[in-house]
Design a protein around this ligand. Structure first.
Ligand SMILES: C[S@@+](CC[C@H](N)C(=O)[O-])C[C@H]1O[C@@H](n2cnc3c(N)ncnc32)[C@H](O)[C@@H]1O
Length: 255
Protein backbone atom coordinates (compact mmCIF):
# COMPACT_ATOMS: atom_id res chain seq x y z
CA UNK A 1 0.00 0.00 0.00
CA UNK A 2 1.50 3.36 -0.96
CA UNK A 3 1.35 6.57 1.03
CA UNK A 4 -1.22 8.05 -1.33
CA UNK A 5 -3.68 5.27 -0.44
CA UNK A 6 -3.55 6.07 3.28
CA UNK A 7 -5.62 8.68 5.02
CA UNK A 8 -3.35 10.26 7.65
CA UNK A 9 -6.35 11.57 9.57
CA UNK A 10 -7.88 8.13 10.12
CA UNK A 11 -4.92 5.73 10.11
CA UNK A 12 -3.92 6.47 13.66
CA UNK A 13 -2.83 3.17 15.07
CA UNK A 14 0.86 2.33 15.32
CA UNK A 15 0.38 -1.18 13.92
CA UNK A 16 -1.55 -0.01 10.86
CA UNK A 17 -0.20 -1.44 7.60
CA UNK A 18 1.96 1.22 6.00
CA UNK A 19 2.81 3.02 9.26
CA UNK A 20 6.47 3.10 8.30
CA UNK A 21 5.53 4.71 5.01
CA UNK A 22 3.41 7.31 6.80
CA UNK A 23 6.20 8.23 9.24
CA UNK A 24 5.49 11.73 10.45
CA UNK A 25 4.43 13.69 7.41
CA UNK A 26 0.96 14.23 8.84
CA UNK A 27 2.20 15.87 12.07
CA UNK A 28 1.60 19.60 12.37
CA UNK A 29 4.72 21.52 11.29
CA UNK A 30 3.77 25.13 12.10
CA UNK A 31 2.42 26.95 15.14
CA UNK A 32 -1.06 27.36 13.60
CA UNK A 33 -3.30 24.32 14.05
CA UNK A 34 -6.75 24.16 12.50
CA UNK A 35 -8.64 20.89 12.65
CA UNK A 36 -11.87 20.50 10.64
CA UNK A 37 -13.48 18.12 13.15
CA UNK A 38 -13.13 17.09 16.80
CA UNK A 39 -12.36 13.53 15.75
CA UNK A 40 -11.11 12.41 12.32
CA UNK A 41 -12.98 9.82 10.31
CA UNK A 42 -15.59 7.70 12.06
CA UNK A 43 -13.65 6.83 15.23
CA UNK A 44 -14.71 8.92 18.21
CA UNK A 45 -12.06 10.12 20.69
CA UNK A 46 -13.79 11.67 23.71
CA UNK A 47 -17.29 12.99 23.04
CA UNK A 48 -17.73 15.70 20.40
CA UNK A 49 -21.03 16.74 22.08
CA UNK A 50 -19.27 17.57 25.36
CA UNK A 51 -19.16 21.33 25.95
CA UNK A 52 -15.47 22.27 25.92
CA UNK A 53 -14.20 19.08 24.27
CA UNK A 54 -10.60 19.11 23.00
CA UNK A 55 -9.89 18.43 19.29
CA UNK A 56 -8.43 14.93 19.28
CA UNK A 57 -5.81 15.63 16.52
CA UNK A 58 -4.30 18.19 18.89
CA UNK A 59 -3.64 15.48 21.49
CA UNK A 60 -2.42 13.09 18.77
CA UNK A 61 0.24 15.60 17.76
CA UNK A 62 1.47 15.97 21.34
CA UNK A 63 1.46 12.24 22.11
CA UNK A 64 3.29 11.35 18.91
CA UNK A 65 5.86 14.13 19.20
CA UNK A 66 6.68 13.81 22.88
CA UNK A 67 6.16 10.17 23.92
CA UNK A 68 7.09 6.65 22.88
CA UNK A 69 4.97 3.49 22.92
CA UNK A 70 4.38 2.42 26.54
CA UNK A 71 5.01 5.88 28.03
CA UNK A 72 2.54 7.21 30.61
CA UNK A 73 0.21 10.01 29.45
CA UNK A 74 -1.97 11.77 32.07
CA UNK A 75 -4.94 14.13 31.74
CA UNK A 76 -5.76 15.61 35.15
CA UNK A 77 -8.98 17.36 33.94
CA UNK A 78 -10.19 14.78 31.47
CA UNK A 79 -13.77 15.87 30.68
CA UNK A 80 -15.10 13.43 28.10
CA UNK A 81 -11.78 11.52 27.90
CA UNK A 82 -10.30 12.68 24.58
CA UNK A 83 -6.66 12.42 25.71
CA UNK A 84 -7.30 9.03 27.32
CA UNK A 85 -8.75 7.61 24.09
CA UNK A 86 -6.00 9.07 21.90
CA UNK A 87 -3.14 7.91 24.13
CA UNK A 88 -4.54 4.37 24.33
CA UNK A 89 -5.10 4.20 20.56
CA UNK A 90 -1.46 5.13 20.08
CA UNK A 91 -0.25 2.37 22.39
CA UNK A 92 0.61 4.56 25.38
CA UNK A 93 -0.37 3.90 28.98
CA UNK A 94 -2.91 6.50 30.02
CA UNK A 95 -4.58 7.79 33.19
CA UNK A 96 -7.44 10.27 33.32
CA UNK A 97 -8.85 12.20 36.30
CA UNK A 98 -11.69 14.69 36.70
CA UNK A 99 -13.71 16.17 39.55
CA UNK A 100 -16.87 15.07 37.71
CA UNK A 101 -15.99 11.85 35.86
CA UNK A 102 -18.25 11.11 32.92
CA UNK A 103 -16.95 7.59 32.28
CA UNK A 104 -15.95 4.67 34.52
CA UNK A 105 -12.36 4.79 33.27
CA UNK A 106 -11.96 8.40 34.50
CA UNK A 107 -11.05 8.60 38.21
CA UNK A 108 -12.73 11.19 40.45
CA UNK A 109 -9.96 13.48 41.69
CA UNK A 110 -9.02 17.13 42.20
CA UNK A 111 -6.20 18.09 39.82
CA UNK A 112 -4.48 19.99 42.61
CA UNK A 113 -3.66 16.68 44.39
CA UNK A 114 -2.89 13.84 42.01
CA UNK A 115 -2.61 10.27 43.40
CA UNK A 116 0.69 9.80 41.55
CA UNK A 117 4.32 9.57 42.71
CA UNK A 118 6.84 12.32 42.01
CA UNK A 119 8.38 12.27 38.51
CA UNK A 120 6.27 9.38 37.19
CA UNK A 121 4.53 10.92 34.14
CA UNK A 122 5.97 11.09 30.60
CA UNK A 123 3.42 13.58 29.19
CA UNK A 124 0.81 15.73 30.89
CA UNK A 125 -2.00 17.21 28.82
CA UNK A 126 -4.55 19.51 30.42
CA UNK A 127 -7.44 21.60 29.08
CA UNK A 128 -8.80 23.40 32.17
CA UNK A 129 -11.83 25.70 32.34
CA UNK A 130 -10.74 29.22 31.37
CA UNK A 131 -13.45 31.02 33.34
CA UNK A 132 -16.92 30.31 34.73
CA UNK A 133 -18.68 30.32 31.32
CA UNK A 134 -19.41 26.54 31.32
CA UNK A 135 -21.00 24.75 34.28
CA UNK A 136 -19.06 21.47 34.44
CA UNK A 137 -20.34 20.39 37.87
CA UNK A 138 -21.66 21.69 41.16
CA UNK A 139 -18.52 20.62 42.98
CA UNK A 140 -17.19 23.71 44.83
CA UNK A 141 -13.64 22.63 43.90
CA UNK A 142 -14.40 23.00 40.17
CA UNK A 143 -12.08 25.65 38.71
CA UNK A 144 -14.88 26.43 36.25
CA UNK A 145 -16.91 28.04 39.04
CA UNK A 146 -14.38 30.88 39.34
CA UNK A 147 -14.51 33.93 37.02
CA UNK A 148 -11.10 34.34 35.38
CA UNK A 149 -10.88 37.96 36.57
CA UNK A 150 -10.63 36.84 40.23
CA UNK A 151 -7.26 36.09 41.84
CA UNK A 152 -8.61 32.75 43.06
CA UNK A 153 -8.91 31.53 39.46
CA UNK A 154 -5.24 31.95 38.62
CA UNK A 155 -4.26 30.65 42.07
CA UNK A 156 -6.22 27.46 41.32
CA UNK A 157 -4.53 27.06 37.94
CA UNK A 158 -1.16 27.57 39.64
CA UNK A 159 -1.96 24.84 42.18
CA UNK A 160 -2.69 22.52 39.22
CA UNK A 161 0.57 23.57 37.51
CA UNK A 162 2.58 22.79 40.67
CA UNK A 163 1.05 19.31 40.85
CA UNK A 164 1.70 18.62 37.16
CA UNK A 165 5.29 19.76 37.72
CA UNK A 166 5.72 17.48 40.75
CA UNK A 167 4.49 14.40 38.91
CA UNK A 168 6.19 15.02 35.53
CA UNK A 169 9.57 13.42 34.83
CA UNK A 170 12.40 15.96 34.32
CA UNK A 171 12.89 16.84 30.68
CA UNK A 172 9.32 15.82 29.75
CA UNK A 173 6.52 17.94 28.36
CA UNK A 174 3.22 19.47 29.48
CA UNK A 175 0.61 20.61 26.92
CA UNK A 176 -1.80 23.20 28.37
CA UNK A 177 -4.76 24.45 26.31
CA UNK A 178 -6.47 27.71 27.33
CA UNK A 179 -8.43 30.67 25.94
CA UNK A 180 -8.80 34.34 26.74
CA UNK A 181 -12.16 35.76 27.77
CA UNK A 182 -14.13 38.77 26.63
CA UNK A 183 -17.29 39.26 28.61
CA UNK A 184 -19.54 42.25 29.24
CA UNK A 185 -17.05 44.77 27.93
CA UNK A 186 -14.05 43.33 29.73
CA UNK A 187 -11.12 41.48 28.14
CA UNK A 188 -9.08 39.16 30.37
CA UNK A 189 -5.82 37.88 28.83
CA UNK A 190 -6.09 34.47 30.50
CA UNK A 191 -3.57 33.05 28.03
CA UNK A 192 -0.81 35.56 28.81
CA UNK A 193 -1.47 35.30 32.56
CA UNK A 194 -1.32 31.50 32.41
CA UNK A 195 1.86 31.47 30.31
CA UNK A 196 3.56 33.83 32.76
CA UNK A 197 2.49 31.60 35.68
CA UNK A 198 3.73 28.43 33.93
CA UNK A 199 7.12 30.11 33.50
CA UNK A 200 7.71 29.84 37.26
CA UNK A 201 7.90 26.05 36.96
CA UNK A 202 8.58 25.11 33.34
CA UNK A 203 10.68 26.25 30.42
CA UNK A 204 8.89 27.19 27.19
CA UNK A 205 9.02 24.86 24.20
CA UNK A 206 6.54 26.71 21.95
CA UNK A 207 3.15 28.41 21.72
CA UNK A 208 0.55 27.06 19.28
CA UNK A 209 -2.54 28.91 18.09
CA UNK A 210 -5.45 26.47 17.75
CA UNK A 211 -8.41 27.62 15.64
CA UNK A 212 -11.78 27.42 17.41
CA UNK A 213 -14.73 25.98 15.58
CA UNK A 214 -18.33 25.20 16.40
CA UNK A 215 -18.42 27.25 19.60
CA UNK A 216 -21.79 28.42 20.76
CA UNK A 217 -20.82 32.01 19.90
CA UNK A 218 -19.84 31.01 16.34
CA UNK A 219 -23.14 32.02 14.74
CA UNK A 220 -24.50 35.00 12.76
CA UNK A 221 -26.25 36.54 15.78
CA UNK A 222 -23.01 36.76 17.80
CA UNK A 223 -21.01 37.85 14.74
CA UNK A 224 -23.51 40.68 14.22
CA UNK A 225 -23.24 41.70 17.88
CA UNK A 226 -19.41 41.64 17.74
CA UNK A 227 -19.44 44.07 14.79
CA UNK A 228 -22.27 46.19 16.11
CA UNK A 229 -20.91 46.60 19.65
CA UNK A 230 -17.19 46.69 18.79
CA UNK A 231 -15.77 43.52 20.29
CA UNK A 232 -14.22 40.32 18.93
CA UNK A 233 -15.29 36.72 19.27
CA UNK A 234 -12.54 34.32 20.33
CA UNK A 235 -11.11 32.77 17.14
CA UNK A 236 -8.34 30.68 18.70
CA UNK A 237 -7.04 29.03 21.83
CA UNK A 238 -3.44 28.87 23.04
CA UNK A 239 -1.68 25.57 23.33
CA UNK A 240 1.33 26.13 25.59
CA UNK A 241 3.99 23.46 25.23
CA UNK A 242 6.39 23.63 28.18
CA UNK A 243 9.06 21.32 29.57
CA UNK A 244 10.10 20.46 33.11
CA UNK A 245 13.72 21.55 33.37
CA UNK A 246 16.31 18.80 33.41
CA UNK A 247 20.08 18.64 33.39
CA UNK A 248 19.76 15.88 30.78
CA UNK A 249 18.29 17.31 27.56
CA UNK A 250 16.06 14.90 25.61
CA UNK A 251 16.72 15.67 21.99
CA UNK A 252 14.54 15.14 18.95
CA UNK A 253 11.37 13.20 18.28
CA UNK A 254 10.40 10.18 20.36
CA UNK A 255 7.98 8.04 18.37
C1 LIG B 1 -12.55 21.89 29.19
S1 LIG B 1 -13.04 20.49 30.12
C2 LIG B 1 -11.89 19.25 29.57
C3 LIG B 1 -12.25 18.73 28.21
C4 LIG B 1 -11.55 17.43 27.84
N1 LIG B 1 -10.15 17.66 27.48
C5 LIG B 1 -12.28 16.73 26.71
O1 LIG B 1 -11.74 16.62 25.60
O2 LIG B 1 -13.43 16.33 26.91
C6 LIG B 1 -12.45 20.89 31.74
C7 LIG B 1 -12.70 19.82 32.79
O3 LIG B 1 -12.04 20.22 34.00
C8 LIG B 1 -12.75 19.62 35.07
N2 LIG B 1 -12.33 20.25 36.33
C9 LIG B 1 -12.61 21.49 36.79
N3 LIG B 1 -12.01 21.72 37.98
C10 LIG B 1 -11.31 20.59 38.26
C11 LIG B 1 -10.45 20.22 39.35
N4 LIG B 1 -10.20 21.05 40.39
N5 LIG B 1 -9.89 18.98 39.32
C12 LIG B 1 -10.13 18.13 38.29
N6 LIG B 1 -10.94 18.43 37.25
C13 LIG B 1 -11.51 19.66 37.23
C14 LIG B 1 -14.20 19.82 34.69
O4 LIG B 1 -15.05 18.92 35.39
C15 LIG B 1 -14.16 19.57 33.17
O5 LIG B 1 -14.51 18.24 32.87
Amino acid sequence: MGVAALDPRTDLFPNVKGWDALRDYDLEATTLWDFPAQSPGTTEFGDHRFNGVTPSPLVMNLVRRYTRTGDLVVDAMAGSGTALDVARALGRRALAFDLAPRRPDIVRNDARRLPLPDESVDLHFVDPPYSDNVRYSDDPACVGRLPCGEDAFLESLEAVARELHRTLKPGRVLGWLISDEYRRGRFTPVGFLTFEMLGKYFEPVDVISVARHHDRSGNPMWEHRARRYGFYLRGFKYLFIVRKPSTQVLEGRFE
